[in-house]
Design a protein around this ligand. Sequence first.
Ligand code: RET
Length: 279
Amino acid sequence: MALQASQEELFTHVLNDAALGSSIYINIALAGLSLLFFAFLGRNVEDPRGQLIIVSVMMVSAVSVASYTGLASGLTISILEMPEGHAMAGETTQLAGGAEYEGTISLWGRYLTWALSTPFILLALGLIAGSNVTKIFTAIVFDIGIMITGLAAALTTSAHLMRWFWYAISCTFFLVVVYILLVEWPEDAKAAGTADIFNTLKLLTVILWFGYTIWWALGNEGVAVISSVGVTSWGYSAFDVVAKYGFSFLVINYVINNIDTVSGGTTYGATSDAIPADD
Ligand code: RET
């Protein structure tokens, strides 16, 4: 028995496992199509601040294409041996190619790439709320903290308790983000005149983000009530569809229809006093 599955074996396995494969490949297509659709929707927006919000949410889909490609290719997937006490300890995994390995499949690339995609969700939210740089920065750095410590939780195999310790750190960071979303930004949004859309986006975000958090705990990385790798993966993929593409659509649609509210003027973000080009 070989000790480590190769990328090629994992790539073939994903391709041949209907549930796991579809949860990944369908999202590459959706992310790519939504990116094109959003570029089309936003094509006539000329206001720099409006464009910034649109580009920000488009980046979520762009990162998603890369994220799911990483998973599909086997680059960001591993078979990990869970520590004693974990529900999946002692499990073996039979890959589509026939080889059997000790351990369970971890799609750890998701947590890594969330660190690169979710900051753009928060940037868009902070801009819509008209918040200041300090609060936007705070939300984003704690968000990156959530994902990197979540990655650490998923990859830790030394001791069962250490996995949950990482998880607890990640949840603590999450509470900071939730506080900004539920307490700080709604106030800012009221002042900015964007309270209606902000409150919709805020609820969507907070509810879904708690969904990811609970799903991790229930899935095959956590207590494994859901032990199937494919079902666990489909859960995240389904959340992604709403939290990424649904969310982005609402944001872009709002910006297009309320450009005067989100506008910061034609010189917004200028880095010199020069008159901006009239393109
Ligand atoms: C983890 C596990 C550790 C504890 C917490 C988590 C939260 C994850 C969240 C993910 C959101 C992802 C989104 C992706 C869309 O691109 C890492 C699952 C708190 C909130 C919105």
